[in-house]
Design a protein around this ligand. Structure first.
Ligand SMILES: C[S@@+](CC[C@H](N)C(=O)[O-])C[C@H]1O[C@@H](n2cnc3c(N)ncnc32)[C@H](O)[C@@H]1O
Length: 318
């Protein structure tokens, strides 16, 4: 974990108290802490840094680390590395979805947060326009790989063809990215370990339907995003799943209640009306559909429509 991130962190366990973390280092190279520990000055809980990866999960999410299925599986790693980086090693079938989302990022000297960053493509894209970028995800497997990309500036992996059959894929990363400005940590969107109003830009891309409390996820973003000169890039397929979140907390796909109707309409209303989850409100600068693809095996592809909206908070004139 790069040292520049340390002073911006707070304890995810007692987040409302905004307790800072002290850093003890046992091994480092340059400004990169390879082995060490972060300790909350309030609750004294410790968060390990191993092989450069800081794990900033609240206690209730720690079980995710040992879950080898889902987003920690080898199948998901192959699928998401293809989805994020195939443009660089296989131009013909690659999805250009990440180029569409990142086309909205604008030049600023501020920080950016990529929530549910997976293997890091949008975080790397954010490094073109931001002075610092933090990519975070609950998947240790994704964050380890993203961090490897960061340090090696090169992608090498085994792409699943079928079952245990794989093919080696490799490519250099885009020379326009600034890997030194980027850090990846294991953290939970439900308990963000960052100081309030730290970020100029936040992204939540294909994450809302994956978290247990979608509205709390958005409220947490509001908390860490600046009040002015800020941008929120949101996108989601809105494929609500009862195995992930109770229908009572869905923000769309319902026939009654405050979030009846389509998810994208409800999110746009929430972003633009102010006084509620998002304060100050956003001016909506664009919205639309992105065709996104995930390649699971040579013969199994998911074609997904992700509905996006981009909101900005202009200069505060108060
Ligand atoms: C559908 S994938 C999208 C990944 C990436 N944003 C993209 O569009 O390629 C959802 C991602 O969110 C992560 N995720 C799920 N729940 C999370 C949580 N509570 N906090 C942080 N990340 C989470 C998953 O590990 C996974 O990487």
């Amino acid at each position: 974990m790069k040292r520049w991130l340390h002073e911006k962190l707070i304890c995810p366990e007692c987040a409302s108290k905004e307790n800072p973390l002290t850093l003890s280092v046992t091994r480092e190279t340059g400004d990169d802490v390879l082995e060490g520990e972060l300790t909350c000055v309030g609750c004294r809980r410790t968060y390990g840094i191993h092989e450069g990866v800081a794990v900033l999960l609240p206690e209730r999410s720690m079980g995710l680390l040992s879950d080898d299925a889902g987003y920690n599986s080898r199948a998901m790693l192959s699928a998401y590395l293809w989805s994020h980086f195939a443009e660089f090693f296989n131009g013909t079938n690659a999805t250009d979805a990440y180029r569409t989302w990142s086309s909205y990022f604008t030049e600023t000297d501020g920080w950016a947060l990529d929530i549910g960053c997976s293997v890091g493509r949008l975080s790397f894209e954010l490094s073109r326009t931001h002075s610092r970028v933090v990519g975070m995800d609950t998947s240790l497997s994704f964050i380890k790989k993203a961090r490897q990309l960061l340090t090696e500036k090169r992608l090498e992996f085994d792409l699943i063809v079928e079952g245990h059959l794989t093919e080696r894929r490799s490519c250099d990363l885009d020379p326009g990215w600034h890997e030194d400005r980027v850090e990846f940590v294991v953290a939970d969107a439900m308990a963000l370990p960052f100081r309030p109003t730290l970020f100029s830009t936040a992204t939540s891309v294909n994450v809302l339907e994956k978290v247990p409390h979608p509205r709390q996820h958005l409220a947490n973003i509001n908390h860490v995003l600046k009040d002015d000169n800020a941008m929120f890039v949101f996108s989601d397929p809105f494929s609500w799943d009862e195995a992930v979140s109770h229908p009572e907390v869905w923000m769309g796909g319902r026939t009654e209640g405050p979030f009846q109707g389509r998810g994208i309409d409800n999110i746009i209303r929430l972003m633009s009306e102010g006084g509620g989850t998002f304060h100050p409100p956003f001016e909506i600068v664009d919205q639309g559909d992105v065709n996104w693809k995930i390649r699971k095996t040579e013969n199994l592809w998911e074609h997904i429509t992700s509905q996006f909206v981009v909101g900005v908070r202009q200069q505060n004139r108060r």
